[in-house]
Design a protein around this ligand. Structure first.
Ligand code: CA2
Length: 149
């Protein structure tokens, strides 16, 4: 059976490509979704792609991943730096997590240097623009292939 990767995006990422292109690039979130679906599909993965501006909705999607999803790719947006609730939900889901940031958060304001999510992530990608999403999917494709071998 095809494995599913859940790609989650937090607050304001629906604005991608519409404002601040110098920080976040010119691709829209719909472009990123299409790239993830095509790239993941080519690697034999099903991609579920979601964005929300509501923290409770994000927590529900993370809970629903339990025992159903092979890996989570999450750009938690500003919740990265504030949300113990998302940290706790990711632990409860018991699904591997890769944290993605389009910008290099460590080159930016101090408040972006701390992440609640990194503590529970297998790996973190920051500063590779939207390529980070593909890099995370590629990692799951190769690690899932190895675990099937
Ligand atoms: O670099 C990233 O991917 C971030 O997760 C993006 C968040 C920010 O709070 C994190 O510190 C780093 C912000 C997402 C907002 O995205 C926008 C995109 C275009 C225009 C306005 C906001």
């Amino acid at each position: 059976m095809m494995k599913t990767i859940l790609v989650l995006n937090g607050p304001n990422l629906n604005m991608l490509g519409l404002r601040e292109p110098e920080v976040y690039g010119s691709e829209t979130l719909a472009d990123v979704e299409q790239t993830c679906r095509e790239y993941g599909g080519g690697l034999g993965l099903v991609i579920e792609f979601q964005q929300t501006n509501h923290e409770g909705q994000m927590i529900e999607w993370i809970h629903h991943a339990r025992r159903r999803i092979a890996g989570i790719v999450i750009n938690p947006g500003a919740w990265t730096h504030t949300s113990a609730a998302i940290h706790d939900a990711l632990i409860a889901a018991e699904v591997p997590v890769i944290e993605v940031h389009i910008s290099n958060v460590h080159r930016r304001e101090d408040f972006r240097h701390f992440s609640y999510v990194s503590r529970v992530a297998k790996g973190v990608l920051a500063g590779f623009g939207t390529d980070g999403y593909r890099m995370a999917i590629q990692h799951y494709a190769s690690s899932l292939e190895q675990s099937n071998a």
